[in-house]
Design a protein around this ligand. Structure first.
Ligand code: GAL
Length: 694
């Protein structure tokens, strides 16, 4: 299906294909360097650069004084050289004069320390002074550059909440009280839903409610959870304010902001993505993770889930090392290409980096860039040029869609709630459990969209919910309806436990899902680090087990009925329940990889979900479907050549011989599939993107 109306299509059409480039920070360099920049950008095949992210102190050197000379010249220069601009609103780094004038706008930590100037995002999200200064800047920027021919899109702020999402100052406290009054209307309702009668916390006046600042012992979980929501909403309100200005002054230009995916717990990524015309994300490989490429795939599938199945943009990643991890490991030769093309495989129509030219000074001078310190006589530069040429050759994939038959439910609210204080186990971490389930799907080459629990699920043959500790009434009904109408759902441990306010659902766990799963949980049985339980196939369970009483479900796998079977020995470990026309599975522990893979494999087989291709382990395969063709991406994570049976033509120089695509170790091959290959594929239900496009 074609989506001519999607705003990203407008951008890629203007660029003539995949967006390629990065953050361009010309204010760090003298004017002579800019000329070399644009020449080298052309040499590398750069088509788009993000300008202005950290330009506020140059654009507005003093309160009330704007100086456009730098941006005017740079935008003209880029335009003359055929390079388009994603223009940032520059509000992410208020200048020193602003802080000096408004010391009260600096954020305050939970322990009461007011942070000093000297970095970026030094502002309280609820500060009226910041709002006024930021809105004035955005208005001035939009007015000046709305009609500039280089500008093809707006980049609102930069990574909302990366450094300042949670502020505990008095201004925030006042804004929080207003937010609470809108949410609860009466203090009685708030007292009831937060359980303030415990520990004598009952409020008699809104003014008594403070942010969850550091205190003697555990904080009230309702208060803390709502503070996460409030803080995310405050920044979202800023995002809306900027976006409204841009849309009013320049309605022809699409708006985005770079969302951070799983890198950022503090703001609700789904909410920010929903407030953009086109979704863009940043991704950085966690160097300590030996399977960082799976984290990359997960975040790309989250980006696509946030984009409702539409193509999206990778706004930032790195050509090599970053500068903010304990050990900043440089990428291996070929790794940047593999990372970039994996994002492309999973639906990106833009591959961008932080940043164009590696800084000489400042906090990020040890962060890699497209043009490294070593200059053009370097491995990074040759790979950057080669990638530019390859992306140009792959331009025909823009606008095509990845169609997923499986949804993985990913939710910031449950993440916040699960990791509050005083839980059964501090070792059960949301991202770890999500990663377990994602990895099972990834290993089987089954593509999934990461979507919020309330997303429209009708187009998905199967749904997995790794760890929905918090589940609202409406989302619980939604999941129940999905299964009742014939859906296949698998639910991971410790799910459906609390309501929106972190209150236990009565009547036995998991209150929201008892009937759907056909069971009740007698007790949650977290395991100490040195302990384990055993499944009946002999595999070890760590961290978490549950004692389950079946109430109609079938037992698929048990804990071993031996001395080391663990605290639920002999009891159900995996169950399956028929509900209405569908099926609901439950994992009563943090399942070991093999058992989880088997569960996911069976779930998908029953739901009629096929892998993208049948290939040896370590060969990642993803398909994009366009109007005229499908494109198969084959990514080899092994150390040996892998040969895959395909029917089609290799793109960007890839050679297909006698129906086999040889994929070198660490390499990627992209195949434009023949019609026969396309029609041989199992028919997919419409994806979320099809539905939202109609
Ligand atoms: C991002 C940020 C960039 C740069 C980059 C370094 O979080 O948006 O400005 O700091 O990280 O990895």
């Amino acid at each position: 299906m074609n989506h001519p109306a999607h705003p990203l299509t407008g951008v890629t059409r203007a660029l003539g294909g995949i967006a390629y480039g990065g953050d361009y920070n010309p204010e760090q360099w003298p004017r002579e360097v800019w000329r070399e920049d644009v020449r080298l950008m052309r040499e590398a095949g750069v088509t788009l650069v993000t300008v202005g992210v950290f330009s506020w102190s140059r654009i507005q050197p003093r309160s009330g004084t704007y100086d456009w000379s730098l941006l005017d010249e740079v935008l003209d220069l880029l335009y003359e050289h055929g390079i388009a601009v994603d223009l940032a609103t520059a509000t992410a780094a208020p200048p020193p004069w602003f802080t000096r004038q408004h010391p009260e706008a600096r954020p305050v930590t939970a322990s009461g320390t007011r942070l000093a100037h000297g970095s970026r995002q030094v502002f309280c999200p609820s500060s009226p002074a910041y709002a006024e200064a930021a809105d004035a800047l955005v208005t001035a920027m939009a007015t000046r550059y709305a009609a500039h021919p280089a500008v093809v899109m707006w980049h609102v702020h930069n990574e909302w909440g990366n450094h300042n999402a949670l502020c505990y100052c008095e201004t925030s406290a006042e804004a929080f009280r207003v937010w609470l009054q809108e949410r609860y209307k009466t203090l009685d309702a708030l007292n009831d839903l937060w359980g303030t009668d415990f520990w004598s916390q009952r409020y008699g006046d809104w003014a008594e409610i403070d942010p969850p600042r550091d205190t003697t012992a555990f904080r009230n979980p309702g208060l803390e959870l709502d503070y996460h929501r409030f803080s995310s909403d405050e920044l979202l309100a800023r995002h809306h304010a900027e976006t409204d200005i841009l849309r009013r002054i320049a309605p022809h230009l699409p708006v985005t902001t770079n969302v951070m995916g799983t890198l950022e717990k503090k703001v609700d990524g789904h909410a920010f993505a929903a407030a953009c015309d086109l979704v863009s994300v940043d991704h950085y490989l966690p160097a300590a993770d030996p399977d960082g490429h799976i984290d990359l795939a997960l975040n790309a599938d989250l980006a696509r889930g946030m984009a409702g199945g539409h193509p999206w943009m990778l706004m930032e990643h790195s050509t090599s090392a970053v500068n903010w991890q304990p050990v900043n490991v440089a990428k291996q030769p070929g790794e940047m290409r593999r990372n970039s093309l994996t994002h492309l495989a999973r639906g990106a129509d833009g591959v961008m980096f932080f940043q164009w030219r590696q800084s000489r000074a400042g906090a990020e001078k040890w962060h890699s860039a497209m043009l490294p310190h070593a200059g053009t006589e370097s491995r990074v530069w040759s790979e950057v040029k080669a990638l530019g040429a390859e992306l140009a050759a792959l331009g025909e994939v823009t606008g095509s869609h990845v169609r997923s038959d499986v949804a993985l439910l990913f939710d910031w609210h449950t993440w916040w709630a699960l990791e509050l204080q005083a839980r059964p186990s501090q070792h059960l971490r949301y991202l770890d459990v999500v990663r377990d389930w994602y990895e099972a799907l990834w290993t089987l080459n089954i593509t999934c969209d990461l979507v919020p629990p309330g997303a429209d699920l009708t187009g998905y043959r199967a749904v997995v919910a790794p760890n929905l500790y918090l589940l609202s009434d409406s989302d619980a009904d939604h999941l129940t309806r999905y299964v009742d109408q014939g859906g296949h759902l698998a639910v991971g441990c410790f799910s459906g436990v609390v309501d929106t306010y972190d209150r236990i659902r009565p009547g036995g766990h998991p209150g929201a899902l008892r009937e759907l799963l056909g069971l009740v949980i007698d007790e949650y049985l977290p395991l100490r680090t040195q302990d384990h339980a055993l499944l009946d196939d002999g595999s070890r369970v760590h961290q978490w087990a549950e004692r389950v009483e079946p109430r109609g479900c079938t037992l698929v796998r048990r804990f071993a009925d031996t001395a080391d079977g663990g605290p639920a020995r002999g009891g159900p470990a995996i169950t399956r329940n028929t509900f209405g026309r569908g099926t609901a599975w439950y994992a009563a522990c943090r399942l070991p990889a093999r058992a989880l893979r088997e569960l996911v494999r069976t779930l998908c087989a029953e739901a009629g979900v096929a892998p993208v291709v049948h290939a040896p382990p370590g060969l990642e395969a993803v398909r994009r479907s366009g109007r005229d063709h499908t494109y198969l991406f084959l990514i080899n994570h092994t150390l040996s050549m892998v040969d895959v049976a395909v029917s089609g033509t290799g793109l960007a120089g890839a050679v297909i011989t006698e129906g086999r695509a040889p994929v070198p170790p660490g390499g990627i091959v992209v195949v434009r599939e023949d019609d026969a290959a396309t029609s041989a594929r199992p028919q997919c239900p419409p994806s979320a993107s099809d539905r939202s496009a109609s």
